[in-house]
Design a protein around this ligand. Structure first.
Ligand SMILES: [Zn+2]
Length: 444
């Protein structure tokens, strides 16, 4: 029955990604990386529970990587195939629904990013080192996985690489072991994480702690020494930002927050779980990217802790992160969110109005209009609910769905509890309709 795994896509936006028949609870990745030559060798142990009796189970894995061995529940697999980005494994014995599925995959090769409508995403070689930025479908460029945002699991990531380099992955550093010219770094990510947020960062970096209030979330920078002074200036207000967002959005959802600055320039900064990655160009000593510092930090709540089930709801990540930029500006004494919202609406009014923000289509998922109109939707909601109700709603949202999966419907349902009038017209005009609605009059 070839094609069985492709019949009903998990997500209409990424029909090739995600797999049926099991739920992953944990990934344990043991990776070795040679910086020179960009060579990756890995062993992935995936612990899952089956949700249906199936003769075969599929994982997403790039064809740039070659599979050497596969084990199922300790026994060598009867058979596997690896074609068109799917590693399809046939266990020797049928596994009942609800049974344990433990998959071990040994693989290796020269990883390269996955190319698609959203550019090149995934494992990327740097001038000296590597980075991983996988949104939305780059995870399979470096490990076999069930690549879909609704599939969240805990991780242990062990990365062995050449000793002079710093190697960072998500979560807490459990141990670091130097053996001759190689160093092994072992990280534990206990809170559930979507595949696209899993990351490795390798480069000529040094780590330093960011000075912040004693009881605040621990924050670190992992950056080239040459950028240290610029970093101190450009990210100086990040601790204050953390305080503001923790107050407005509820408690920060992870154990710590690390900002990586690569030695190379990057087109845009990217979020990972507990980590944000900026390019050297975002750290220019002129604080030119502070808007983006706020944006990436906000993703820790909106995107990383609360992760969408379906890519169509991307505004729940990007609209919120964009609105957080405006909240930060307002709180930091810059233009108010209302001023920024009205300016953004004016800009949008001069662009094509052919996107429904609540379902923009895969081509427009990361269109700036989705970000801005998503933020405007929240501003319209804030004007409706008032500041008190609006921020109470945001805090209930992040606490109720902490480390979970979310949908637009869950947000609009919860928001309904904070409103005296039905919000359906607001959602219909901002998220469903394409013509740009007017913002309600300012509260003041
Ligand atoms: Zn974003």
């Amino acid at each position: 029955m070839p094609g069985k795994f492709y019949e009903a896509p998990i997500d209409e936006y990424l029909p090739q990604n995600g797999n049926r028949g099991y739920r992953v609870s944990r990934y344990e990745l043991d990776l070795t990386y040679k910086v020179t030559g960009n060579r990756l060798a890995g062993r992935a142990e995936i612990t899952a529970v089956t949700t249906a009796v199936q003769p075969r189970f599929a994982l997403d894995l790039s064809q740039a990587l070659t599979v050497a061995k596969v084990f199922v529940n300790g026994a060598k697999a009867a058979k596997y195939t690896h074609q068109r980005g799917k590693l399809v494994i046939t266990p020797q014995q049928r596994i009942p629904a609800g049974g344990v599925l433990s998959l071990v995959v040994q693989y290796g090769g020269i990883p390269r990013p996955v190319r698609g409508p959203w550019g090149a995403v995934g494992w990327e070689e740097l001038t000296e080192g590597a980075l991983v930025a996988s949104q939305p479908n780059g995870a399979a460029s470096w490990f076999p996985c069930d690549d879909h945002p609704s599939s969240k699991a805990s991780y242990r990531i062990s990365i062995t690489t050449d000793s002079p380099y710093y190697a960072l992955a998500n979560g807490t550093l459990l141990r670091k072991q130097v053996k001759a010219s190689q160093t092994t770094w072992v990280y534990e990510q206990a809170e559930p994480m979507a595949t696209y947020l899993a990351t490795i960062q390798i480069g000529p970096y040094q780590k330093h702690r960011i000075v912040s209030p004693a009881n605040s979330v621990p924050m670190h920078a992992v950056a080239p020494v040459r950028l240290r002074a610029n970093f101190e200036h450009d990210f100086a207000r990040q601790p204050q930002m953390m305080e503001v967002f923790s107050e407005r959005f509820g408690p920060y959802p992870f154990e710590g927050y690390t900002v990586v600055v690569t030695d190379d320039e990057l087109e845009i900064p990217i979020e990972a779980q507990g980590i944000s990655i900026f390019g050297a160009n975002h750290c220019d000593g002129r604080r030119g990217a502070e808007r983006l510092v706020a944006h990436e930090l906000a993703h820790q709540w909106f995107g990383n802790s609360l992760t969408i089930r379906q890519w169509r709801d991307i505004w729940l990540h990007e609209g919120f992160a964009c609105y957080a930029e405006w909240i930060w500006s307002e709180e930091a004494g810059g233009p108010t969110a209302d001023q920024l919202a009205r300016a953004a609406r004016h800009n949008l009014s001069r662009q094509p109005q052919d996107i429904a923000v609540g379902d923009p289509g895969p081509q427009h998922m990361f269109d700036d209009r989705v970000y801005k109109r998503g933020a405007l939707t929240l501003h319209a909601l804030r004007l409706e609910l008032g500041d008190l109700g609006f921020y109470d709603l945001l805090r209930e949202w992040t606490i109720r769905y902490r480390h979970g999966s979310v949908s637009t419907e869950e947000f609009t349902d919860l928001a309904g509890h904070y409103s005296r009038i039905p919000l359906r017209p607001l959602w219909d005009s901002w998220l469903v309709g394409k013509p740009l609605p007017q913002l309600p009059p300012s509260a003041a």
